[in-house]
Design a protein around this ligand. Structure first.
Ligand SMILES: Cc1cc2nc3c(=O)[nH]c(=O)nc-3n(C[C@H](O)[C@H](O)[C@H](O)COP(=O)(O)OP(=O)(O)OC[C@H]3O[C@@H](n4cnc5c(N)ncnc54)[C@H](O)[C@@H]3O)c2cc1C
Length: 405
């Protein structure tokens, strides 16, 4: 929906300008003019004393929803490596496409990364739109948004899924605003209403206190970003075949407002919880921030990363980037070790899909044991040092075994 002024009626009284919360209305030549800042919130429509402002529905603009077909997944890659969330979205996209009896298309942007196209097919895409250009080597909002918007306008997909990564959270809103469609950010569940082909997009709302299901009935494509780690990864099927289309985009340097001068990796290693196959998490049971040193030691020994409960983040013991749970990250590692974490429902929401859960807690009735594959009842400060010694010894035994060979 967008907002339009009915100029025959408008008397330039400025009521709309005064009430607009986004400062999106100017009065020019005694008429209200809606500017780019408009979010279509509708306050001006409500307050106009002479009904001179109204809604402009997509049908009026000539959008025919039936023209839009197919499910698209934005295949995010960094330095030629496909992100796990892209593989998760292909799994989910495949299910949705099968339900809607339509094609699943992976949209891949980059430079000299042809080798990824076949992998996208093997992970479930029917076809791949591969846009190859030197200007797409590194992500820029302007470049990527332009290319994807052009593709959408040209080919009209009915659904577009994007990972809720830093890039996806930047790209999704830019595309939806240019294309004039809705976007549900940070979805944790997707379903389809087969009666009307609507995508039911579910995400936590009001600080995680309730789950809201959102639809986009009048605009296309229906766009959602999906949290990494929430959906199951697609299976790799080496027998799958599909169509790969290489596209040369209409893209010039002037389309990209921000220029990439240099690509510098952050000095402080980013916490890659969603990508980790081993996570060792600490909870309030650690008693103090120093406890995380032990957690870090174990994580390092196992080649994993450090997670945390919200209680420890709220206490300022560790950065929020480590938080697992409903309002933190959703993870699915092969091994999740919960140390001194009670297992509150909001924590479980972020890690219960882990392949193997080990819980260490001194309270044998702690709810974490209900989801744990292995439980150790005891004090973390007695168990973790023992575990570290055990791993040390095991390392030595393995080293000796190698020498013997
Ligand atoms: C809207 C909302 C969203 C939320 N989102 C999240 C979220 O994303 N992630 C999240 O984690 N929480 C979240 N929470 C908070 C959640 O409800 C819990 O408060 C939190 O998970 C508790 O953290 P904890 O398990 O570390 O602490 P506690 O519940 O206090 O548990 C500490 C545990 O440590 C054990 N323990 C104590 N000492 C030792 C010891 N020496 N050795 C072994 N065990 C010991 C205790 O027996 C206890 O089970 C959310 C809450 C709300 C309302």
């Amino acid at each position: 929906m967008s907002v339009k002024v009915i100029y025959e009626k408008c008397i330039g009284c400025s009521v709309c300008k005064d009430v607009c919360p986004f400062d999106a209305i100017d009065i020019i030549d005694n008429k209200a003019v809606i500017t780019d800042k408009c979010t279509a919130c509708g306050v001006c429509i409500e307050k106009c004393p002479i009904d001179a402002i109204g809604k402009e529905e997509s049908e009026i603009q000539g959008i025919s929803i039936d023209d839009y077909k197919g499910v698209w997944v934005f295949a995010e890659q960094r330095e030629g490596k496909l992100l796990n969330v892209s593989i998760e979205l292909l799994g989910e996209g495949r299910k949705i496409a099968d339900q809607l009896n339509t094609n699943l298309t992976a949209v891949l942007l980059g430079y000299n990364i042809e080798d990824l196209t076949d992998r996208l097919i093997k992970y479930g895409a029917d076809d791949v739109l591969y846009v190859d250009n030197r200007l797409l080597e590194y992500y820029t909002t302007g470049g990527y948004a332009k290319v994807i918007c052009d593709l959408i306008t040209d080919r009209k997909p009915e659904i577009l899924l994007i990972g809720a990564t830093n890039i996806g959270r930047d790209l999704g809103p830019r595309i939806s605003s240019r294309i004039h469609t809705g976007l549900t950010a940070d979805c944790t569940r997707l379903d389809v209403d087969l009666d009307n082909r609507r995508l039911m997009q579910t995400r936590p709302a009001f600080g995680g206190n309730l789950m809201a299901t959102i639809i986009c009935p009048k605009h296309r494509p229906q766009m959602a970003t999906v949290r990494p780690g929430v959906m199951e990864k697609a299976k790799f099927d080496k027998t799958r075949e599909g169509k790969i289309e290489k596209i040369i985009p209409y893209l010039t340097e002037s389309d990209i407002k921000a220029k990439v001068i240099e690509y510098v990796k952050g000095g402080k290693a980013e916490v890659q919880l969603e990508e980790a196959s081993i996570i060792v998490s600490g909870g309030r049971g650690l008693g103090s921030p120093e406890g995380f040193k032990l957690i870090e030691k174990l994580a390092k020994k196992l080649g994993g990363v450090v997670g945390a409960s919200r209680a420890t983040v709220d206490a300022g013991w560790i950065d929020q980037a480590h938080q697992v749970g409903q309002t933190g990250k959703t993870v699915r590692p092969d091994l999740y070790i919960a140390c001194g974490i009670s297992g509150a429902i909001q924590h479980l929401a972020g890690m219960r899909e882990s392949k193997c859960i080990v819980a260490i807690n001194k309270d044998k009735n702690a709810p974490i044991f209900e989801v744990a594959d292995y439980g150790i009842v005891g004090d973390i400060y007695e168990i973790l040092p023992e575990l570290l010694i055990g791993l040390e010894n095991m390392g030595e035994i393995l080293e000796k075994a190698e020498v013997c060979e």
